[in-house]
Every structure is written in C-alpha cells, then in structure tokens.
Design a protein around this ligand. Sequence first.
Ligand code: SF4
Length: 254
Amino acid sequence: MTKEEQAGKGLAKKEAVKKRETSKKRETSNKKESMKKAPDKKEAAKKEKALEIIKRLKIQYPDAGCTLDYNEAWKLLVSVRLAAQCTDARVNVVVEGLYKKYPSVEALANAPVEDIEAIVKPCGLGHSKARDISACMKILKEEYGGRVPDQFDQLLKLPGVGRKSANLIMGDVFGKPAIVTDTHCIRLVNRMGLVEDIKEPKKVEMALWKIIPPEEGSDFCHRLVYHGREVCTARTKPYCEKCCLCDICGKNGV
Ligand code: SF4
C-alpha cells in the first residue's frame, strides 16, 4: 500500500468515528428533548380530562354554588371560619343567632369575645373561632371601612383566613379566578387522576391552577363538593356505578 493510500484509509477511519460520535450525540439530545416534552404531554392530557370532567359536572350540577348562606361579604368570611371541622348546614343555623344579635361588622367587632364564643360553640372550636372572628371584624372596621378586601394577599392576612377561605371569597364574592381545595376537592381530584397522590391543600391548588381554566375554577370546586357528598363519597365506598365520570375517572385509591 502506498503512503497516499495509507493516508486515505486513516482519514476514512477518522471520518467514520466522527460520524458515529455525531449520531450518538444527536441520539442523546433527542432523548433529552423527548424527556423534557413528556411532562408537557402529561399535563396536556390532564387538561383535556379536566375539561371533560368540568363539562359533565356542569350538566350534573347546573346550579352548584356555595352551600354557606350569606347576603353580605363579611358574613361569608364569618361562616367560612365557622365551617372548619363543622358542617355548612350547622353553620347556617348558628349564624342566624349571631347576626340577630350582631347585625353588622361594627357590632360584631365591638362584641365581647366570650359572647361570640357562647353563640358559635355548637360549631366546635368555639374559643379560637370566636377570637379569630372578633379580630377579623376589628380589622375590617378599622382598616377597610367595614368592607372585605378584594385582594388575595390582603384576605390572607386576616385572622383565621387561609388560602382555602381566601380563594372562596375571591371566587364567590368578587367573581375572580379561584381554586378552593377543601376535603372534597382534594379527595376527588386525586381519585380522578387530575393530581397524583397530592394531599397538601396548597400543592393541590397549585397543580389544579395548571390544568383548570381560571374562569372555571370556582364553580368546578363547588361542583366537586356536591359530587363528593352525593356520589364520590368519603365514608362509604363511592358510587362509581352511577357516576357520570365512571368511564374517564382514574378511580385511584378506590
Ligand atoms: S368514578 Fe368513582 S371514584 Fe371516580 S369520581 Fe366517580 S364515584 Fe368517584
């Protein structure tokens, strides 16, 4: 073999090695790219599923709304605090007596805490609920002219108001986007497969913001409450056989 032939052979070998390396690199980068796209695909599928669930629940519960009675924003603030570990039905009865005696923000802000406690006791946790309601009404009176603030962060700063309550007020009182992650919502979205084994309310809320159209959030959560009480129950086995979501639900943990 001549020197030129030897040189040519060496060059071809180098080129073959280079080609192999380039194709390997391309393969790795394609793999990385498809791994990056996988969560997007998963999220898109969840969004699609969520839209279908929203559509069906709308048909099933056309008039679903808040089950706490109120005719003024501050009353919902009071009721939502009382509703912790208590049924909405009981809260609706208890607040009748409370508003009869203290019919305004100012009246409730000036009421002795012990008196509020005596009235709200049947809702449980009377002492802390009365303390929060009193402090909250005082802030409304002194800082907001007796009105309920319409900013999420301001609501969150009120005594006894957490993300769930603040979202409820934003959605129901101010008609703004809201995701209310109560016990029904958390149980149902996990079962349905809209979130995967997430139980912490804030994490569920954040996961749902990604897949639920903002304008649908508030009503969707109200409908979940109805569905959770009537069909996808917590204490008994859920009635999957009569559920309008039976064919698309993940039935996770059921
Ligand atoms: S199919 Fe069963 S688990 Fe799924 S939402 Fe309906 S009742 Fe709940």
